[in-house]
Design a protein around this ligand. Structure first.
Ligand code: GTP
Ligand code: MG
Length: 197
């Protein structure tokens, strides 16, 4: 898919205030600092479309982007560690959960996982939670440029083993680096395929 246009629409805390749910929507989620906003910028080839930061907890709202006037891309706050109070973290958790449950045009959730780490309980729990909500999702391994291909392969194999404990069928996996532009075509082609279904 060619990205002809990518524009920021709005930031929200409430699903009711999100754009009219008349287009397919793809949401990016994962632990704070995993690289959600960077991946969105890489996919859209715009440096500062989504705000990034080396300090976890940068994205705090539900951010909608409109791509090619045809589908929505959503940048969500990260779960897990963030330099914010427990109270705000709990608020975000509720906001995201409500969004997942109520957003009727949500087509697929992209769960981002840092390819440098062995399977984390928090990520596995989150994936299983999406499963119980019945939401379609894929897993995106990020920051491939930070380590060897062997290390990436071993992380991915470990995740596959863990997920097989719960799932009969594994979700689709993508490998990416926002830094080195790895995985862009694969993700955009996937979205195009799903949009055409
Ligand atoms: P929150 O909004 O805080 O939840 O974080 P996020 O998941 O949106 O992460 P963000 O895109 O802001 O990136 C966090 C940090 O990781 C930044 O310093 C990025 O430059 C860095 N980063 C993101 N993706 C990559 C990547 O593919 N490779 C490398 N080397 N660094 C990356
Ligand atoms: Mg972010």
């Amino acid at each position: 898919m060619v990205i002809k246009e990518a524009k920021f629409l709005m930031s929200n805390t409430r699903v009711e205030q999100c754009p009219t749910p008349n287009k397919p929507e793809y949401a990016f989620i994962g632990r704070s600092n995993v690289g959600k906003s960077s991946l969105i910028n890489m996919l859209t080839e715009q440096k500062n479309l989504a705000k990034t930061s080396s300090s976890p907890g940068k994205t705090q709202l539900i951010n909608h982007f409109l791509i090619n006037d045809d589908w929505y891309l959503v940048d969500l706050p990260g779960y897990g560690y963030a330099k914010v109070s427990k109270g705000s973290r709990e608020e975000w958790r509720k906001m995201i959960n409500y969004y997942f449950q109520k957003r009727e045009n949500l087509t697929c959730v992209f769960v981002l996982i840092d390819s440098r780490h062995e399977p984390l309980k928090q990520d596995l729990e989150f994936i299983n939670h999406l499963g119980t909500l019945g939401l379609p999702f894929v897993v995106v391994f990020t920051k491939l440029d930070k380590q060897s291909a062997t290390k990436t392969d071993s992380t991915i194999a470990a995740y596959a083993r863990k997920l097989r404990e719960t799932w009969d069928e594994l979700p689709r996996f993508f490998q990416t680096s926002a830094e080195k532009h790895i995985g862009r075509d694969e993700i955009l082609n996937f979205i195009e395929e799903v949009n055409e279904q």
